[in-house]
Design a protein around this ligand. Structure first.
Ligand code: ATP
Length: 368
């Protein structure tokens, strides 16, 4: 059996706690791997001016893939204040390490399954495939906005009030859509659907208003869909899709969306399934992948040993699937399902009193 090299990025808050739990489960089911820890998180921003040091990227480049816990992201004012004194004159800007990782390894697809396990809430079994590198999270942020740019963007003067705004009172975030970006994310959504035997892919956009960016995405999605005649293709507007997901979630199967819409939709679907402790994700590129629970560092419960490890364990199951270890992946997934369905062991977010370690032990026992 192959021994895999796995980059191990605990990060901040409950990140290391839930990753420890995932590790104990992976060990128990006999997954053979060498786990290589690497530095990431707020501490490294404060001490070194970079939450994702270059040495971490070097470590990851020598691995098959990585698991990532969570990071704390604080507002710009806190980032500036908490930076070590000697670094302050350097005009450093905090940049989210997970966003950096996605760019560095071109992890263009963020795959977020949402499945109701315990019969609570609406029955839902949806996979959100979110574009990870462009859209409204392109990073093209403009503030203050020079009048020369306003004139170039609005030559016909359709928005006169923008001409009157002071540069400091006008901010722009640029929604970037490229044919290449649309093509690869929609294709990935169809491939995910086909590999998992799913029947339908829904593109969620707002092309009737966002005519340029949404229009291009829709045009490309229709072209890609034509190459997958075995899978039904549908289109929905983001606003209608949110309402329908709450009212009729069973109408959705695989959803594909640009960065911001996918982010919002996957939190909505995570909420429908029982909250952040249950939502896993995978950031996947052509040759590398990073697996992470959707939740953040949860500073309110960090260090108390009560974080729900299920999202991290389900992320580990997605990692096994990506590595081609399908049998182990399914065993892990089934074990989490059994523990959640039996509901004898529950962390506080699920209404119980179990610790992170007790939850991990229950999953290990269920995995047989
Ligand atoms: P960050 O700044 O790192 O994003 P946050 O608190 O804003 O942190 P989350 O970490 O996602 O965002 O937490 C949101 C809420 O969900 C918090 O009340 C947190 O305790 C809870 N939560 C998140 N993850 C878990 C988990 N694995 N188990 C239990 N509760 C969780």
């Amino acid at each position: 059996m192959t021994t895999y090299q796995i980059g191990w990025l605990g990060g901040d808050g409950i990140g290391p706690e839930v990753l420890d739990a995932a590790r104990s489960v992976l060990d128990a089911i006999g997954f053979r791997a060498e786990y290589i820890p690497a530095d990431i998180g707020w501490k490294y921003w404060c001490e070194e001016g970079n939450p994702l040091p270059e040495r971490t990227l070097d470590v990851l480049r020598s691995t098959n893939c990585a698991m990532f816990g969570a990071i704390t992201s604080k507002p710009a004012s806190d980032a500036a204040r908490e930076l070590a004194e000697p670094l302050r004159a350097r005009n450093l800007k905090y940049s989210s390490p997970i966003v950096q990782l996605r760019r560095e390894f071109n992890l263009f697809a963020n795959i977020r399954p949402a499945q109701s396990f315990a019969g609570a809430g609406q029955p839902i079994d949806v996979i959100v495939v979110r574009e990870n590198t462009e859209g409204l999270y392109s990073g093209l942020e403009i503030h203050p906005t020079p009048q020369s740019l306003v004139s170039a963007l609005d030559p016909a003067r359709r928005l006169p009030h923008l001409r009157e705004a002071n540069p400091a009172d006008l901010a722009l975030s640029v929604r970037v859509t490229t044919r290449v970006g649309c093509e690869r994310i929609v294709r990935r959504a169809f491939e995910v659907a086909r590999s998992l035997g799913r029947k339908r892919v829904t593109l969620v956009e707002k092309a009737n208003v966002l005519r340029a960016t949404g229009g291009l995405m829709t045009e490309v999605a229709r072209e890609v869909a034509a190459a997958f005649p075995d899978i039904q293709f549908r289109e929905a507007h983001i606003d209608t899709a949110c309402m329908d997901l709450v009212r009729r979630p069973s109408e959705f199967d695989v959803i594909v969306a640009e960065n911001l819409f996918g982010d919002i939709l996957s939190d909505l679907t995570a909420g429908l399934t029982g909250g952040p402790g249950l939502a896993p994700s995978a950031n996947i590129g052509e040759t590398y992948a990073v697996f992470e629970p959707v939740h953040g560092s949860a500073p309110d419960i960090a260090g108390k040993g009560v974080a729900n490890p299920c999202a991290a364990v389900l992320s580990a199951s997605m990692m096994l699937e990506w590595l081609g270890e399908r049998t182990l992946a399914q065993r892990l997934h089934a074990a989490v399902r059994r523990v959640l369905t039996e509901a004898r062991t529950k962390t506080p977010d699920l209404g119980g009193t179990a610790t992170t370690k007790q939850m991990a032990s229950a999953i290990i026992a269920a995995a047989g």
